[in-house]
Design a protein around this ligand. Structure first.
Ligand code: GLA
Length: 352
């Protein structure tokens, strides 16, 4: 087991960026850059022990500096959408960038996916670990308060990519951090993910309007194409005669996880039968945004020249619910001075 680093290039404003290679005792390999805290590759075995890189991404820093759909990145200060880029907190209205139709998405024009994090490699008994730190100044992208964030990635010896987040603030602020890796368990360059099977441990989801802002209601998945309480093929029921699927252009929704006690629990599982790879997602968060790459259109040329087409990857973004700052009925995302934000999400790999 080891963690090594090498230079990954320079940002347009001249900051040096590194890429870290984490290898666990079973030979799984994760590569992570401190630009955006991006997981650039993740190699895991199939049922014959053959390794494949199961996350979409680019070969070099330029790919990540340029506009791209958040491949592998850490997302903050607020993951997903804020309606019309506005919210009111303690009597004051805040205005955020509108960067997705009429709404704010994934922290704004320069979110945590585009900043340089301070990196510290650590060897732990559980496996190689990378501690990332970022201090988001008061007012950055319109958000109140200086937010000091830490994210620790560990590639554990039981074949899990574990992500532990923590943050403190000096003023009340909304916060909803997440990780935006796109997975294809057959390998990042293996076409669409529609024949993967998915299970989501959720009886309910949050329906949205046509701009993907939650209506505030909580709907049962039962009897709808959103029902993944038992394993189902992702592609089997993507049918735009169901209005929610039409609005999302496919699955692009927040599932309300059954686990509500804030302890790490199974949120979702994904299985790819030709390789036998199984990925389980565990989280302390109340929601998971399951997004199936509906906006991928072949315009991103990634690692080894791979062209990422429509639905060639899926994301399982563990987080609080979208637009929480405007939804009094949703679990709060407000962090107060003196409190510590914490979340843990783990992607656990095995074969079946
Ligand atoms: C999230 C959103 C999607 C899309 C992707 C990035 O998953 O819910 O609608 O914005 O990020 O392309």
């Amino acid at each position: 087991m080891s963690i090594t680093s090498k230079p990954f290039g320079q940002t347009p404003d001249g900051k040096q960026v590194d890429i870290f290679t984490l290898t666990n005792k079973n030979g799984l390999v994760a590569q992570i850059t401190n630009f955006g805290g991006i997981v650039t590759s993740l190699s895991v075995p199939d049922r014959d022990g053959k390794m494949a890189d199961v996350v979409l991404g680019f070969d070099d820093l330029d790919g990540y500096v340029n506009e791209h759909p958040y491949f592998g990145a850490l997302i903050g200060r607020i993951g997903n959408r804020v309606a019309k880029g506005k919210f009111t907190l303690e009597g004051k209205e805040y205005t955020l960038a509108i960067n997705n139709g009429p709404n704010h998405l994934h922290g704004g024009l320069k979110g945590y996916d585009k900043v340089v994090w301070k990196a510290q490699p650590i060897e732990t008994a559980d496996g190689p670990s990378l501690r990332l730190m970022y201090v988001s100044p008061d007012g950055e992208e319109g958000y109140p308060g200086t937010l000091t964030c830490g994210v620790t990635y560990t590639l554990t010896n039981d074949n899990t990519l574990k992500i532990e987040y923590d943050a403190v603030t000096d003023k009340a602020t909304p916060i909803n951090l997440t990780q935006h890796s796109y997975f294809n368990l057959a390998g990042h360059n293996s076409g669409d993910i529609l024949s993967h099977e998915a299970m989501i441990n959720a009886d309910n989801f949050t329906p949205t309007d046509e701009t993907l802002i939650p209506t505030g209601e909580i709907w049962a998945v039962e009897g709808t194409p959103m029902d993944f309480r038992t394993f189902a093929e992702i592609g089997a029921r993507i049918d735009s005669s169901y209005e929610q699927i039409k609005f999302g252009g496919g699955y692009d929704h927040n599932w309300v996880l059954n686990n509500k006690d804030g302890k790490l629990a199974l949120a979702a599982s994904f299985y790819e039968k030709t390789s036998g790879r199984l990925m389980e997602v565990l989280t302390t968060e109340p929601g998971v945004q399951f997004y199936v790459g509906n906006f991928l259109d072949g315009s991103n040329v990634g690692k080894g020249g791979a062209v990422y087409n429509y639905r060639n990857g899926f994301c399982a973004e563990a987080q609080h619910f979208p637009d929480s700052p405007n939804q009094p009925g949703f679990p709060t995302t407000i962090l107060q001075p003196g409190q510590t934000y914490k979340q843990t999400t783990a992607y656990r790999f095995s074969i079946k």
